[in-house]
Design a protein around this ligand. Structure first.
Ligand SMILES: Cc1cc2nc3c(=O)[nH]c(=O)nc-3n(C[C@H](O)[C@H](O)[C@H](O)COP(=O)(O)OP(=O)(O)OC[C@H]3O[C@@H](n4cnc5c(N)ncnc54)[C@H](O)[C@@H]3O)c2cc1C
Length: 385
């Protein structure tokens, strides 16, 4: 039975218990902080950005070499989470990235690998044809393979972070939307559909709802509708776990197609397009997949992976929250020093959730983090305008 009035004073309140918020709760609780996590839906759920059985994790980060030290820390923290929860959350498969030699994905992955001394192999198109006959590639494509890559199971990661945070003393409430908040020199106040709570500090991890929760950020976040698809491969032997690494193919327009091997968590080969889809609103988005949603990833399968072009197994709709430069936003609120925020993950944030949780815990507790996160701060937008 739920008590009529529950405890209402905490050290830190975390709003949003999805990918990032669950990790923040865990890292705060582990440090002995009295934390309250508030989630508007179930924990976990399928209405945000952290569902769909798999999220790619890579190290040779083509997006920018600055992410690599955070990824190396993220890998360690995912392992720590597995050890503490006794769950298998991270599956290492290796990662294969394909594109033109001078294109974004190959050149960017190489730059990160060289700068940080990562282990990788470069393959010509002929070598790729022998090593990975699953892929049918244009003449001028090459491949970069890296060892430290694979996938995370997002629902398990959230479950493990939440379960362990509660074991470390956290209070977590699902189905309790936050409807308003305020902060002043004395503390923060958060009102939900059930109750009002007080704390020293507040952490926002609202995903696609971030704009609605923090209306005075001064940075435009674009929420987009994204499709994930699963198909039965025609040749299962080509797509087994242990045979196929996680992979990405440059679409030569700033977007890419990517996918996963067959995994026990989802009965099919998962393929998706990485690039902002149509603009949407998290409260009104159409979460029902339609026939034309299939066309986007089906065309890529037919072109690049014809042996995977079997019957459709399932489709899911998800959301990206795109920042103006597609890099994350991780900082203190510019005018509310008691408020920390993490948003704008632009469709590539989940792999970092473990280390973002650690950074958020440090920011909320000490106002700064030892992790190299300066490049994700809000000041970069002010410098441009
Ligand atoms: C199709 C797709 C594929 C992706 N693939 C990859 C990948 O392969 N690798 C990778 O690293 N990343 C990937 N990403 C990106 C990654 O999944 C996201 O960056 C990450 O999940 C974002 O986590 P989050 O915590 O910000 O959002 P969420 O997990 O959505 O959490 C935000 C939470 O805040 C809650 N909330 C909002 N408002 C309120 C309120 N008022 N009160 C209480 N709770 C509230 C929401 O309900 C939600 O649970 C992908 C994303 C999508 C959509």
């Amino acid at each position: 039975m739920i008590p009529a009035v529950m405890q209402d004073r905490f050290d830190v309140i975390v709003v949003g218990v999805g990918g990032m918020g669950s990790a923040a709760c865990y890292h705060l609780a582990r440090r002995g902080v009295r934390v309250l996590g508030l989630e508007q839906f179930d924990i976990p759920h399928t209405r945000g950005s952290s569902h769909g059985y798999s999220r790619m994790i890579r190290t040779a980060y083509y997006e920018h070499p600055n992410y690599v030290p955070l990824l190396q820390r993220a890998f360690k923290l995912w392992k720590q989470l597995e050890d503490e929860s006794l769950l298998k959350i991270l599956h290492v498969t290796g990662g294969l990235y394909m594109g033109r030699a001078g294109g974004e994905i190959i050149a960017g992955s190489l730059a990160s690998s060289r700068k940080h001394g990562l282990a990788y192999e470069l393959h010509t198109r002929d070598e790729l044809r022998t090593l990975y006959p699953q892929f049918h590639l244009p003449e001028d494509f090459v491949g970069l393979f890296e060892y430290q890559a694979g996938y995370l199971v997002p629902e398990l990661a959230i479950g493990a972070h939440v379960d362990l945070s509660m074991r470390h003393g956290a209070t977590i409430h699902g189905s309790e939307p936050v409807i308003r908040w305020s902060s002043d020199a004395h503390g923060v106040t958060v009102t939900t559909t059930r109750q009002t709570y007080h704390a020293e500090n507040l952490v926002f991890c609202g995903g696609a709802w971030s704009d609605k929760l923090i209306t005075d950020l001064g940075v435009k976040l674009l929420v987009t509708r994204q499709v994930m698809g699963w198909v039965q491969p025609l040749r299962r032997d080509y797509f087994q776990f242990g045979v196929l690494p996680v992979w990405a193919i440059d679409n030569n327009d700033g977007t890419l197609y990517y996918g996963f091997p067959l995994t026990p968590e989802s009965p099919g080969v998962k393929v998706a397009h990485h690039g902002p889809g149509p603009a949407t609103d998290p409260d009104t988005i159409d979460r029902t997949p339609h026939a034309d949603d299939e066309q986007g990833f089906r065309a890529a399968i037919q072109k690049f992976l014809p042996d995977a072009d079997g019957p459709l197994m399932s489709m899911r709709i998800c959301m990206y929250t795109n920042s103006p430069d597609h890099h994350f936003i991780l900082d203190r609120h510019p005018t509310h020093p008691r408020v920390t925020l993490a948003c704008g993950f632009s469709g590539h944030g989940f792999k970092f959730a473990s280390v973002i949780g650690e950074a958020l815990a440090e920011l909320a507790m000490h106002g700064r983090s030892e992790l190299p996160i300066e490049f994700l701060g809000l000041s970069r937008f002010a410098q441009r305008s």
